[in-house]
Structure formats: structure tokens, C-alpha cells
Design a binder for this molecule. Structure first.
Ligand code: MSP
Length: 662
């Protein structure tokens, strides 16, 4: 039987600045749902990407003296590295600068024009000449000036194309009020009252004042303005109006679009209108979440910003606590529809209480007791007790409850439910007091039953947690002796799946407890240094000086003969894959001009395998071979440590493989 399709999307992000923890929320949430659905046996398509056109990007690139494409390439790379680092399992990544998308947007724009839904008119409003931007009255600053540069604006007009909204108003109102398209539903009334009831305004869909966009095919002085370009990504990525992909019929309509509240209106009103105009089916659900906010100077919450007193760089946080802890924290804190306040302190307390004390402790205590009392392998002779039934029924109820929450995109509740199971299991330890049973030989069958039940509870809770924390849970399975089959979805609704004589393996501490005060002190120190560096850079720039360099301490001097001992050669990456059970290692097959070799490198957090394939790099060719995680590594590839993480030193393609570097 063919698997049922399931299509989920994040918004496509603006690559105008570095990604931060705020960008992670939607992506991690969609990733968790995608993984959960794959576990349930669905054929999942999980799409993310970048929205790369527009005036802002054009201006930022000009400031740096590079082309807009060069500018976005650098930031898109950072987004992809972050997603790889956070273990995001997207199936497809769309860039609105991809040729197929550009072609499809031109076709969509033309189709809407041919159907009479797009017409040429005049855009008028308050215009800021230096920023080349139109603003509405409500967007102006408190002095009635440009909200970006705060200079005076003037009334201006510009020829533009418009998309007619009125023909769709009635159907959209019904969609919002009478179906469960919008989640949470409470937002629907607000949208209808604010935008539909007063009369939907036509949408300006082209610009002539900048050029970094998709040209309108039949009127090339216009570029398509933002939303027709951006929203179309959800269907062009499947092959709508282009030949690059071919799964539109299979995956459309989308099961879930997930977005934050600031772009809800575009997804709740404009996107359905566009699809109605194109005679295409509407997506099934739009899930809207709030922002991750930070406490501002006067105690009010504000949208993420680095200057507000918290370290928010996901790479820094991931290095300190592990990516799964970060994933868990942001998912657990945010309720669908509401904002969630971020602070390093709340995060550390959450990691300590739920992950270190709650789940981690359950696993380590259970495995340690199986080891202590039975040498790691449980005996098959068991004895039950009434108390076990209540415990079992709580654990067995988890799967269907979590299924329901995932289907409703209520991830916080899904995690709370699993952790109710974890708490019940810890309570079961208190109720059964295994350390007392262990002292009495006659009670060993009872102790075996208790430990087996606990291992089963860990098996079920860890399997349900795996989509949310994909790096850690396989380590748990190794510790409790569970096979891949044991933790498959079909096996999560029953007890008695682990072998009766299961063997456990004591392993590393899953989530080490964090000393809150010490940690906050260290994080504040990081923040202080970052702010000092940013301030120094700013004042240097203001004075027109070069930014101050960091103090560099060199390694002890060597002679040319010492250096000659190192043989550096050019090699090309033929293939590359992740090393199993490692977050950090990639295994590269290299063409070194000497018959080829395999090298393992600790760069998986910074590069996806496909980023490296086909590239030429520098190989330390005469390094003594070693085994890393059981995999042979014959040499090392050269890379630089930079403030943005590790960067491989790539070599110009014109240099032949095998060339010696000196
Ligand atoms: N390019 C548009 C989306 C087009 S979708 C067809 C865009 N990009 S964005 O990069 O500015 O924002 C993308 C998403 O990230 C938005 O949903 C935005 O709200 C979300 N977030 C950005 N900062 C955030 C937080 N601090 N917290 C939660 N979400 C945040 O809008």
C-alpha cells in the first residue's frame, strides 16, 4: 500500500541578517511534526527556504559593494548551516532566486493578469526618497517620518499592478469563520473584523522603484512585489508552473503551513485569494504562533534582539547545552497563538527540571539499578502488583494523546503529555522503592518486574520524544537495549515489547545538570564581550578606522624543515555522508590524485554533506591514520575557526587534484 502524503511548510525566511533563536522556532516545530508523521508512516514533504528579493536586500548588498545574489548567498549558507546544526530534516529547500521559481512566478503573475484579477494602476502614498520606499500612514514614526531612516517623507505616485481582492472576500470570510483552516480559531474573528468587514483593499503586486525581484514578463520595468513571489513558493517548490519538480499532484494541498503572527494576514487572506484566483485547492491548515520575545528595558517584552541581555545565538547555546535541549526548550515554552518570553535563566531551569532531573534521571536510575541488581540483564522470572496497572495505563495512553496534539499542531501540549508519563514513571520508582526490593533475595522477581516496566516506560516515552529531540533518543535506546523495531510507532501502544531478558548498557549522562548561577555568570561574560566587540566595531566605523583586531597568540616558532614535514595536497570531495550516531562527524571520500582515500572530519555542525560534494580542498596527506567513532580517517582537511563557526578552506577548481601546497 502506498503511504499517505503529508506536506508541511515553514515561511521562507528573509536572508537580510544572521538567523537567531527566533527563526528556529517555526523550523524546529515543523521539523518535529515532520519527523512525527514520518514515524507514523506518512510520506512527508517538509519544505523550507529563503525569500531573497526586495529593496532591503538590494540596499544592503549595495552598502557592501556586492551584488544582491552574492549578499544572499552568504546568509543563505548560514541558514542552511543552522538547520543542519539543529538537525532539521527538511526534504526540500527553495530559494526564490532559483530559476524554476522565477519562471513559475512569472507564469502565475501572467495567468492572474490574463484572468483579469491583476490590473495596472497607480500606487500612491508617503514616500521616503533615500529609502526608496512607500509607507502607509500607520507605518510612519511618531513624527510622521520614515520608520527606517526617520527623515521626512513626501506624497508620491508610482505606476504599479494590483491584485483584486474583493471577488474573494465572501469565500475567505467563510473559510476563516466556518472551517478550521486557521489555528487558533480565536484569531479568525479579529481578521474578519479588521480586514474583511471594512472592505478588502486591492493588493499592490509590482514595483518600478527597485530591480531586485522577479521581472513581470510582459512589462519588464516592473518587478513582482513580495507576496505573489513569496507565497507562491509553497506550490512552485512542488513543480506548479515549472518542470523542476513533479509532486504537485501528490502533496498539494498542504496539510500545514506554520507561520508567526506578523505574517498571519498574508497567509489567511492573500494566499487563499491567490489560490482561489488560480482555481487551486486551499491548504488544509494554517497554524499561527506568537513570537519568542525578550524582556525589554522597561520590563515589557520585545521581539528578539541581541542587545537585550540574553545570549540568543543558537550555535553558542547548542555548544553549551546540546541542540536537543534548545529544541525542547523553545517547543515546550511556546503555546500556539501566544508569545513566549525567552531568557537564559528560564531555559536553564527548564533544562534542569525536565531534562536533567525528570527524563535523564529516570533513564540513568533505571539503567543503573538493572546493572547493580542484575548485572545488566533482567531475569525472566517476574512478579506483578496492582500498582503496575495504573502506571501502565498512563504510559499506554500517551501515544494516542500525543497523536492528537501533533495533529492539532499543539506541540507544547504534546510535550507536556509525554512528560506526564515521565513524571508518572519517576513516581512509580518512589512507590515501588526498588532499592528496598534489591536488599531482599526473595523480592528479586518483583524487582525484575518493576525494572522491566520502567524500561518499557522509557522505551515508549523516548520513542515519542524522538521527533522533538532526535539526537538524544537513539542514545537512550542504546542504554535500554531497545532495537529500531522496539521503538517503531506500531510498538508504542503496548507493553512487553522489549525482550524479557533485556540487557541494558550504562552510558553517558544524557542531560548534565547545570549550575544556574555559574552558567548565568558565564553567559553574561559572553554577552559582555560580544557587546564590547560590537561597540568597538561601531566606534571604529564611525571614526572611519579599521575594526580592532582580536589579540592573537601564535604557537611556538618552527623551522622551514619542521614545516616541510607536513604534506598538504589538493583533493576533491567525491562523496560525503554523516558518521552514524555522531552529531559532529562527516565521512568524506576524496580523490587525492593517489588512488583516493577516506577522511573523517568534525564539521557536521557547519556543513551538510551536499555542501561539500564536488568541492576541492586542502588535505594534510601524511597524517597518521586514526579511527574516529570506529571509522578510518586517513588525513585531515584544512579549515579555519571563524566567529561564524568552522569554515573549510576550499581551493580554486582550476588547481588539479594531487597538487602539492607549499
Ligand atoms: N519572508 C517572509 C515570509 C514569507 S512566507 C511566504 C518573512 N520572513 S522573516 O524572515 O522576516 O520571518 C519569517 C518568520 O520568522 C516569520 O513568521 C516571523 O515572524 C518569524 N520570526 C522572526 N523572529 C521571530 C521570533 N523572535 N519569534 C518567533 N518567530 C520569529 O516574514
Amino acid at each position: 500500500m502506498s503511504k499517505k502524503p503529508f506536506y508541511i511548510t515553514t515561511p521562507i525566511y528573509y536572508p537580510s541578517g544572521d538567523p537567531h533563536i527566533g527563526h528556529c522556532y517555526t523550523t524546529v516545530a515543523c521539523d518535529s511534526i515532520a519527523r512525527y508523521k514520518r514515524m507514523q508512516g506518512y510520506d512527508v514533504m517538509f519544505l523550507t527556504g529563503t525569500d531573497e528579493h526586495g529593496l532591503k536586500i538590494e540596499q544592503k548588498a549595495a552598502e557592501q559593494g556586492i551584488s544582491p545574489k552574492e549578499y544572499v548567498d552568504v546568509i543563505v549558507d548560514k541558514f542552511k548551516k543552522l538547520w543542519s546544526y539543529m538537525n532539521i530534516s527538511y526534504d526540500r529547500y527553495i530559494r526564490t532566486t532559483d530559476d524554476y521559481h522565477v519562471e513559475a512566478v512569472q507564469n502565475i503573475f501572467k495567468a492572474l493578469y490574463d484572468k483579469g484579477y491583476i490590473y495596472k494602476g497607480e500606487y500612491s502614498g508617503k514616500y521616503c526618497t533615500p529609502c526608496e520606499s512607500f509607507w502607509t500612514e500607520s507605518q510612519l514614526d511618531e513624527n510622521g517620518c520614515c520608520p527606517e531612516c526617520h527623515r521626512p517623507v513626501k506624497f508620491a505616485k508610482e505606476e504599479a499592478y494590483f491584485f483584486k481582492m474583493a471577488p474573494f472576500a465572501e469565500r475567505i470570510e467563510k473559510l476563516l469563520l466556518e472551517t478550521d483552516y486557521l489555528r487558533p480559531k480565536t484569531r479568525a474573528v479579529e481578521l474578519v473584523n479588521n480586514f474583511i468587514k471594512p472592505g478588502l483593499e486591492d493588493l499592490c503586486v509590482s514595483r518600478t522603484s527597485f530591480t531586485w525581484g522577479v521581472p513581470v514578463s510582459f512589462d519588464e520595468k516592473h518587478v513582482v512585489y513580495v507576496w505573489i513571489d513569496a507565497l507562491s513558493n509553497y506550490i512552485t517548490a512542488l513543480g506548479y508552473e515549472n518542470n523542476a519538480h513533479d509532486d504537485y499532484a501528490k502533496y498539494w494541498p498542504a496539510d500545514v503551513h506554520m507561520v508567526a503572527k506578523d505574517i498571519m494576514r498574508f497567509h489567511a487572506i492573500i494566499w487563499p485569494a491567490m489560490l482561489m484566483a488560480l482555481d487551486q485547492p486551499l491548504p488544509k491548515h494554517l497554524a499561527v504562533h506568537g513570537w519568542i520575545t525578550m524582556a525589554g528595558k522597561n520590563g515589557e517584552s520585545e521581539k528578539m534582539s541581541k542587545s537585550l541581555g540574553n545570549v540568543v545565538d543558537p550555535f553558542v547555546l547548542g555548544e553549551r547545552y546540546g541542540q536537543d535541549a534548545i529544541r525542547y526548550h523553545i517547543l515546550r515554552e511556546m503555546a500556539l497563538g501566544a508569545d513566549s518570553l525567552f531568557s537564559n535563566e528560564i531555559m536553564i531551569n527548564r533544562i534542569n527540571s525536565d531534562l536533567a532531573n525528570g527524563f535523564g534521571n529516570l533513564v540513568s536510575r533505571t539503567v543503573a539499578m538493572a546493572d547493580k541488581y542484575f548485572g545488566g540483564t533482567l531475569p525472566t522470572e517476574r512478579e506483578g502488583a496492582d500498582i503496575d496497572e495504573d502506571f501502565r495505563s498512563v504510559i499506554l495512553g500517551l501515544r494516542s494523546a500525543v497523536d492528537g496534539f501533533v495533529d492539532e499542531t499543539k506541540i507544547k501540549q504534546a510535550l507536556e503529555t509525554i512528560f506526564e508519563g515521565v513524571s508518572r514513571a519517576n513516581k512509580y520508582i518512589d512507590e515501588t522503592e526498588p532499592w528496598k526490593l534489591g536488599k531482599d533475595e526473595a523480592m528479586k522477581p518483583r524487582l525484575a518486574a518493576v525494572l522491566y516496566n520502567l524500561l518499557e516506560a522509557i522505551r515508549i516515552t523516548s520513542a515519542l520524544l524522538a521527533p522533538f529531540m532526535p539526537t538524544t533518543m537513539p542514545k537512550v535506546w542504546e542504554q535500554i537495549g531497545a532495537s529500531a523495531e522496539d521503538v517503531s510507532y506500531d510498538n508504542l501502544g503496548s507493553f512487553g515489547v522489549l525482550p524479557a531478558n533485556v540487557t541494558v548498557h550504562k552510558g553517558e549522562i544524557l542531560f548534565p545538570r547545570i549550575d544556574v548561577d555559574k552558567e548565568i555568570e558565564e553567559l553574561n561574560e559572553i554577552l559582555r564581550k560580544n557587546m564590547e566587540a560590537a561597540q568597538a566595531k561601531l566606534s571604529a566605523e564611525e571614526k572611519g578606522e579599521e575594526a580592532p583586531a582580536e589579540e592573537i597568540v601564535l604557537a611556538p616558532e618552527i623551522t622551514i624543515d619542521d614545516f616541510a614535514k607536513v604534506e598538504i595536497r589538493v583533493a576533491k570531495v567525491v562523496s560525503c555522508e554523516r558518521v552514524k550516531k555522531s552529531d559532529k562527524l562527516l565521512c568524506l571520500q576524496l580523490d587525492d590524485g593517489m588512488g583516493g582515500r577516506q577522511v573523517v572530519s568534525g564539521i557536521a555542525q557547519y556543513y551538510a554533506p551536499e555542501d561539500l560534494i564536488g568541492k576541492k580542498l586542502q588535505l594534510i596527506a601524511n597524517l597518521k591514520p586514526v579511527k574516529l567513532r570506529g571509522v578510518d580517517s586517513n588525513g585531515m582537511i584544512c579549515a579555519a575557526d571563524t566567529p561564524d563557526g568552522v569554515k573549510v578552506i576550499f581551493v580554486d577548481d582550476s588547481i588539479p587534484v594531487g597538487s602539492k601546497i607549499r
